[in-house]
Design a protein around this ligand. Structure first.
Ligand SMILES: [Fe+2]
Length: 421
């Protein structure tokens, strides 16, 4: 069987060819202020032609041979004029279904759903299978073609062969690690092992030491978080919008920033809404739990866009990001949690990504898109050694605690109170 690519970046022409006839997803943008657009899906012999029409209030498909419209009665929207919005149409001849929507191409973002009546008509299936070509006017900017159609929700939780059950596969709620894309399978294989843990024989109290460093004024984590309060908003310090990035290894030119990052999220702390430079990623929770909101696209229009899904990941849960899915998210260690959350995130560009955009774009407090260059607060080995030192130097008796308390009080009086007029 030929090795058909999973996706293709569209060339800037008014005709595109599906990767496999009768199936796939077409992603496109519209020129500003476009209130409607359409494209024709046709067979190579032109005997089958569908007109796919997007307006601000609807999406519909019309069979140009029979004039039959394929209407979704629940569909009330189509094009939106929000910044960053893009659109998609999914053709699925095997299941005789059409889906269309805004933002990431997935079931949760579908605003148009059409299923041909049951029983499936063989002639109809053959007609849909013959569709292979898209043609359109200049008001539509083609972005990408995906080989496979939208068929079901894409699971967020990953399990490997030793944890995957028959029920998991039947219910479709779990992503088998074998079904991740090739890059994410590689990343998963690196961080999912039983020995890839925070509290190892070398430092069994590592997570406690990090909690201690965060909670104790003057220690490194506490101090560094305070220093980062203006990281995402230069003029509006916000200690809650901070987290620590401890990096493992070096940037090999295959990822935005260093590929392995241990992120430390104190309770109540969160990231801005941000994307991931179209990179692939695998995220594993090493300690505590994290709440993730997913957004259809990064939007800096005043009304922005709400999340379409959210999920909580606890210790040892693994989730993923691909160039097309789960790209825009916001992470938060919820106020209701008691433990700091620590995650390992690893990133890698797709092989065909020759652009290597090196920034994560994020929304600042004025809902404006800014560039964030993924950086490092400290190298992992240095950080672990520092945590060991801080932990070993912690007060061991009430006398030690009182002495530390007095020392901190005197520093606070000297450095902070004395500066207040
Ligand atoms: Fe992220």
């Amino acid at each position: 069987m030929p090795n058909y690519p999973k996706s293709l970046i569209c060339e800037d022409t008014n005709t595109q060819h599906l990767i496999i006839h009768g199936q796939g997803v077409f992603l496109f943008k519209t020129t500003p202020d476009t209130s409607s657009c359409s494209f024709i899906l046709s067979s190579s012999d032109k005997k089958v032609k569908l007109n796919v029409i997007f307006t601000e209030s609807s999406i519909r498909v019309v069979n140009l041979e029979t004039d039959e419209p394929y209407i979704d009665k629940n569909n009330k929207s189509g094009l939106v004029s929000l910044s960053g919005a893009y659109f998609w149409f999914s053709l699925d001849s095997q299941n005789q279904k059409f889906y269309a929507g805004v933002g990431e191409p997935r079931m949760e973002n579908a605003s148009y759903k059409y299923e041909f009546p049951i029983p499936l008509l063989e002639g109809n299936k053959l007609a849909l299978e013959s569709l292979s070509t898209l043609t359109f006017s200049d008001s539509l900017q083609p972005l990408k073609l995906l080989r496979d159609p939208i068929t079901q929700r894409v699971p967020l939780y990953v399990k490997d062969v030793n944890h995957l059950t028959m029920n998991d596969v039947a219910l479709g709620g779990i992503m088998p690690s074998a079904n991740l894309n090739a890059i994410n399978q590689k990343l998963y294989a690196c961080v999912s092992g039983e020995r890839f843990v925070l509290d190892d024989p070398d430092f069994p109290e590592f997570s406690k030491a990090i909690e201690y460093s965060i909670a104790t004024p003057g220690l490194w984590c506490n101090r560094r978080l305070l220093e980062k309060a203006t990281e995402f908003n230069k003029d509006k310090p916000n200690i809650k919008e901070t987290y620590l990035r401890i990096t493992l290894g070096l940037n090999n030119g295959e990822s935005p920033g260093i590929p392995y990052v241990m992120e430390i999220w104190p309770v109540g702390h969160y990231s801005p809404v941000h994307n991931h430079a179209f990179a692939n990623a695998v995220i594993r929770v090493l300690h505590g739990s994290i709440h993730v909101k997913l957004f259809p696209f990064l939007c800096d229009s005043p009304s922005s866009v709400p999340e379409f899904a959210s999920a909580d990941f606890k210790k040892d849960d693994v989730t993923w990001i691909s160039e097309n899915l789960n790209q825009v998210h916001q992470l938060k260690n919820l106020e209701s949690n008691t433990d700091t959350c620590i995650t390992i995130q690893c990133y890698m560009y797709s092989k065909k990504d020759l652009k290597h955009y090196d920034y994560f774009d994020y929304l600042d407090s004025d809902v404006k898109i800014q560039q964030y260059e993924p950086d490092s607060d400290m190298d992992f080995i240095s950080f672990k050694n520092l945590m060991k030192t801080e932990w070993n130097n912690r007060p061991k008796s009430k006398v030690d605690y009182m002495s530390m308390f007095n020392e901190m009080t005197s520093k606070f009086k000297k450095n902070v109170l004395s500066s207040i007029p």
